[in-house]
Design a protein around this ligand. Structure first.
Ligand code: F6R
Length: 367
């Protein structure tokens, strides 16, 4: 059932070209220049007239929500807030019938997310679900939604569900932006063509980085800490990279927006600190270059995820992982893949049970 892979997690990482493709199938019609999503279309005025969109989730799904905020604000220009379900539900949040709530949950059973939705529903908000498990509790309580068609995710650490969530959020942002006129037709057409090519790019990343990342992992088996840095769309990708490492390898890791480094974490940097830095060409590249200079001046060990042919960051980094270039909004999908592999191999070399990490459950049905 693991299809020849040693763990479900590795199988699921490798399934991503297919799971992303399946998530877009029937929705992204590139030749017709259309994104078809009945759940959005049937309630499009509700979205269009929303005071704001509130995204509610936990864990990895919350990281997807942060990227959703960047996507929806950039392309649809609708204000978005992202909240941990557990914080939202207990802080007497301001919520009205003019708000749209998007819940993101792989399992559809997360207790805090469910409770937050019940609260939002009582206050009259429109509830949209992004779930992977069909007919799950959250899917049933929502007013409308889109399933991520990632297929069953067995590994406790979420991988393919995360990239499928990003795919749905991208489709939603583009569809709303096209409808409300914030995303012009030419840009819409080129973005959807690029989105359509993402599964191929993921395939390429898997082929070209798998062995390399495996080798890099060997050098960090005894690390006790890691920092993950990114900017813009890749700031949440850094948070997610750090979470993956923590969960399965039990190495302490923190994700940060790269510019926040100088407000504290830079004090941690010495020759023993590995720093994963996501530095694609599009998206604050020059700023990232100076962040890397600051790290190298303090002898930190830099593992850089860069675009093919990169020069500046690559020249300074100790380890270089190349990924294909994309528009900034797609870079977290592509950059996440080598970070999943890195966490996976470090955990495997440490002898950890990657599919069933200690203290964790696949669906968190207690608060
Ligand atoms: C991380 C992970 C958890 C879940 C979180 C929410 O790899 O799996 O952080 O993302 O428990 O779960 P769902 O998405 O099922 O609501």
């Amino acid at each position: 059932e693991k299809g020849g892979y040693e763990h479900f997690m590795l199988k699921e990482i490798f399934e991503q070209p297919k799971s992303i493709h399946d998530t877009m199938r029937g929705r992204l019609l590139v030749d017709e220049g259309v994104i078809k999503m009945a759940g959005i279309w049937d309630h499009v005025e509700r979205f269009k007239n929303a005071n704001r969109i509130i995204i509610i989730a936990c864990g990895t799904s919350w990281h997807a929500g942060l990227i959703g905020e960047y996507l929806i604000e950039e392309y649809a220009r609708i204000p978005v807030e992202v909240e941990y379900a557990s914080e939202f539900r207990y802080r007497n949040p301001i919520i009205t019938d003019k708000d749209v709530v998007i819940a993101i949950s792989q399992s559809g059973e997360t207790a805090d997310t469910m409770a937050a939705l019940k609260l939002a529903k009582e206050k009259g908000a429109f509830i949209y679900g992004i779930c992977n498990v069909v007919d799950s509790s959250i899917a049933r309580i929502t007013d409308a939604g889109s399933y991520t068609h990632a297929g069953p995710e067995i590994g406790v650490a979420s991988t393919k569900a995360f990239t499928a969530q990003l795919t749905i959020l991208t489709l939603i942002a583009f569809k709303l932006g096209k409808h409300n006129g914030n995303l012009g037709n030419a840009d819409f057409m080129s973005l959807i063509a690029e989105l359509d090519a993402i599964p191929k790019k993921i395939e390429e990343v898997l082929n070209t980085t798998h062995e390399l990342v495996q080798n890099i992992a060997k050098d960090f088996v005894n690390a006790t800490n890691f920092l993950y840095l990114g900017r813009g769309y890749n700031y949440p990708a850094a948070l997610e990279g750090a979470l993956k490492l923590k969960e399965i390898s039990y190495i302490h890791a923190e994700g940060y927006p790269a510019a926040e480094m100088k407000h504290g974490p830079i004090a941690l940097i010495d020759e023993n600190m590995p720093i994963v830095i996501i530095a694609p060409k599009k998206g604050h590249y020059d700023k990232i270059v100076s962040n890397v200079q600051e790290i190298k001046a303090r002898k930190g060990k830099v593992i850089a995820v860069v675009n093919k042919g990169d020069q500046q960051v690559s020249a300074m980094a100790d380890y270089v992982i190349e990924i294909p270039e994309t528009s900034e909004c797609f870079s977290p999908i592509v950059a996440s893949v080598p970070l999943q592999l890195l966490a996976y191999y470090i955990a495997v070399y440490r002898g950890a049970n990657v599919d069933q990490p200690r203290n964790l459950a696949k669906s968190v049905t207690v608060e």
